[in-house]
Ligand binder design. Structure first.
Ligand code: KIV
Ligand code: ZN
Length: 512
């Protein structure tokens, strides 16, 4: 059995099914390039039959990437498989990933098919995909809740029809690690042709066990892990790439298995995903959370100074987190900025670099030390943004213990300046009321969160909002040393993303 575990990244497909996480095609391309640099074996670029936007994004990613397999998802029918193949056929290494549910509950209520019919569908779909490409993956949706013998029959049928990978998903995040490992062993022992395919696992995190289940499955013999960056995904998310990869990397003594991941690209990838999707990483998140390498307790700090390995099982540099985060000041030049951005994972074009450079200089005038997080915020605001309908031109607020909070706002709306003023319960509320009046938005503010990007009182405030209008949900993000401005920028970014979704119905995320 191979001692390498393939990493199948589905951030662009299952990850995009996180509520509000939809990415536009440009953002998906940028992320796909970073995933290739990270060294994943397979990128699941999307679900081409779901929408024109998905098809287009998968097709562009397939055309661009040369060193990684690009998979397109398809239900087990000709229409979906044709769409997936049309989107990926020009890839250097295409893979068709087709699936159908195998659990009795799905068969009875969702598919309304008897088991024999499901086996026939598997045979037909896999054989058809195989007639298009030798690289075919079959997934037994809700595999962990399927009858064990029927699951083995489904895999046997898929492998006989030509599947080179068979995937066992814990679709609803129901499995317990010891039980899941036992199921993997059972499948390996009772699927007669299992030696002709790679066994993969795909876990969801509903009970917080996705990583544990994936590692248990790998220890039991699975050799492909389906994962997402930061663990984003449907409901409570998917198995997180960084957790599985770093567990294997750190515990070689217990699980002597490798991946092809360049671990120093983990942190830049994590930041990029959170920048693009607007989904912040919780501070105590393993590996990539802000506190993952922070030591508060005095005894720990003392030990760390004597030898970092006393309390640190991984070095921050291993995941690409530079120990000195202080980077540039106002005298730093364009070249230094470009090189540093490259280290952070942003390879910018000339125009993009110019935009970032101008904003960097403006920030360096206000703030002595510009840190990595500041640069990333500038890149997100200046380069990774969707086309902007609304632009903040001017904001003035009055607030304090003795005045009624008031905001005066000037916006450019499709290039035309408009202004107004309004009151609120506080300065942010006043700014939001006024922006809402000017834009005429009917969106509802579902979430507002604010945090400091770095330490110190001159730190930039980072604000994330979630907005909903007529069933569309968008996240917005803004940062600025002034938290009221950051709040206004986040709101306006969310409104721009809502406008983008309204005008690009084909790019709305579709769930499987
Ligand atoms: O969770 C799941 O079962 C899936 C399949 C499509 C692989 O995402
Ligand atoms: Zn899934």
């Amino acid at each position: 059995m191979s001692d390498t575990v393939k990493i199948f990244d589905t951030t662009l497909r299952d990850g995009e099914q996180s509520p509000g996480a939809s990415m536009n095609t440009g953002e998906k391309l940028r992320l796909a390039v970073q995933l290739e640099k990270l060294g994943v074996d397979i990128i699941e670029a999307g679900f081409p039959a779901a929408s024109e936007g998905d098809f287009d994004a998968v097709s562009q990613i397939a055309g661009k990437l040369k060193n990684v397999e690009v998979a397109g998802l398809a239900r087990a029918n000709k229409h979906d498989i044709d769409a997936a193949w049309a989107a990926i056929r020009h890839a250097a290494k295409p893979r068709i990933h087709t699936f159908i549910a195998t659990s009795d509950i799905h068969l009875k209520y969702k598919l309304q098919m008897p088991r024999e019919k499901v086996l026939a569908e598997i045979k037909g779909a896999v054989a058809y995909a195989k007639s298009l490409t030798p690289n075919v993956e079959f997934s037994a949706e809700d595999g962990s809740r399927s009858d064990r013998d029927f699951l083995c029959q489904a895999f046997e049928t898929a492998i006989a029809a030509g599947a080179t990978t068979v995937n066992l998903p814990d679709t609803v995040g129901y499995a317990i690690p010891s039980e899941f490992a036992d199921l993997v062993k059972h499948v390996m022992q009772h699927t007669p042709n299992m030696d002709k395919a790679v066994l993969s696992v795909h876990c969801h995190n509903d009970l917080g066990l996705a990583t544990a289940n994936t590692l248990a499955a790998i220890a039991a013999g699975a050799r492909q892990a389906e994962v997402t960056i930061n663990g984003i995904g449907e409901r409570a998310g998917n198995t997180s790439l960084e957790e599985v990869v770093m567990a294997l990397h750190t515990r070689q003594n217990y699980l002597p298995l490798n991946t092809r991941i360049r671990t120093d690209q983990i942190y830049p990838s994590s930041r990029l995903v959170s920048m693009i999707t607007g989904i912040m990483v919780q501070p105590n998140k393993a590996i990539v959370g802000a506190n993952a390498f922070a030591h508060e307790a005095g005894i720990h700090q003392d030990g760390m100074l004597k030898n970092p390995m006393t309390y640190e099982i991984m070095r921050p540099e291993t995941i690409g987190l530079s120990s000195t985060k202080l980077v540039l000041g106002k005298h730093s030049g364009r070249h230094a900025l470009r090189e540093h951005l490259k280290e952070l994972g942003y390879d910018l074009s000339g125009d993009e670099l110019q935009t970032v450079f101008t904003q960097f200089k403006a920030l360096a005038d206000k703030k002595k030390h510009v840190m990595d997080e500041d640069l990333e915020a500038i890149v997100t605001q200046g380069v990774l943004r969707t086309a902007e309908t609304f632009v903040l031109e001017y904001l003035h607020v009055t607030a304090g213990t003795t005045v009624m909070p008031m905001a005066s706002v000037r916006l450019s709306i499709n290039g035309r300046s408009v202004k107004d003023a309004g009151y609120g319960n506080g300065p942010i509320d006043a700014a939001y009321n006024t922006i809402a009046k000017l834009t005429g938005t009917e969106s509802e503010l579902l979430r507002f969160s604010i945090s400091a990007l770095t330490g110190g009182t001159d730190a930039q405030g980072e604000v994330t909002v979630r907005l909903r209008e007529n069933g569309l949900v968008a996240l917005g993000r803004g940062s600025d040393p002034d938290i009221i401005t950051a709040s206004a920028l986040a709101y306006i970014n969310g409104l721009n993303r809502l406008e983008y979704l309204k005008n690009h119905p084909t790019e709305r995320a579709q769930s499987v």
